[in-house]
Design a protein around this ligand. Sequence first.
Ligand code: AMP
Length: 280
Amino acid sequence: MEVVRTRAALRHARAGLPAPVGAVLTMGALHDGHLSLLTSAGAECASVVVSVFVNPTQFAPTEDFGRYPRDEAGDLGVLEAAGVDVAFVPPVEEIYSPGFATAVDVGQIAEPLEGAARPGHFRGVATVVAILFELIEPERAYFGQKDAQQALVVRRLVDDLAMPIEIVVCPTIREADGLAFSSRNRNLSPAERAAAPVVFRTLEEARRLVEAGARDAEAVRGRMREILAGERLVKPEYVSVADAHTLQELERLHPGEVLLSLAARIGSTRLIDNIPLTVA
Ligand code: AMP
């Protein structure tokens, strides 16, 4: 595996890679969720390039950029063992040159849910993804369903800017008790970790209700709030029953694709999760 830290070194390494090149963009502190993206990319592409970059522009000043988990040595070991061809691990100034002023705004799809809870977040995401796609020039890029709105934002970005990149969305990987793997799980205390599975339990109960015939979306959201309220350590930010394509909140569930999602704080750690669902 080649480890590159500059744009120039990346371009040089990229030029020698057989196509198709698959990209996996990460913020590091790698876990089994990331590994599943690497495995899919490795199975479907001739070469795999992975970026490890904690992107400052997608964090608000009040957020956890400073305490976001970082483990470069561990990450490089994981990537090497996974058979990755190139690891791109740039310092911030290699992505954002002095005077950097451009931002990518993908419009409505970035507004609800995470966009409303984290103003400016998806502008930072879309901007860094555009830069990384420009530098890596992948034929395919792999994203996790765990960050469902992010995947929709990235699809909008590549469609609108005519980037010739196929976006592949891979299923959410979970611990045995249902908690979705997340780098932020490393910040949970033992008591918080014990409370965290309520996030997935809530989504599962919402799915069960819909599958049993519930069609009043607000009633489903109400039940989700109730379940979360049962965990003292958990502070819900939002619960959502939305159209899976537009992410607009539903009143009634009609046949089609629905996204059940929520965000909650457990202590100082913020967790998000979702379940996509087809209503028959
Ligand atoms: P991150 O390092 O958190 O920015 O995530 C990098 C990529 O891994 C994104 O496409 C995420 O959606 C994906 N990812 C993160 N957690 C999981 C998970 N538990 N299962 C599947 N994909 C994930």
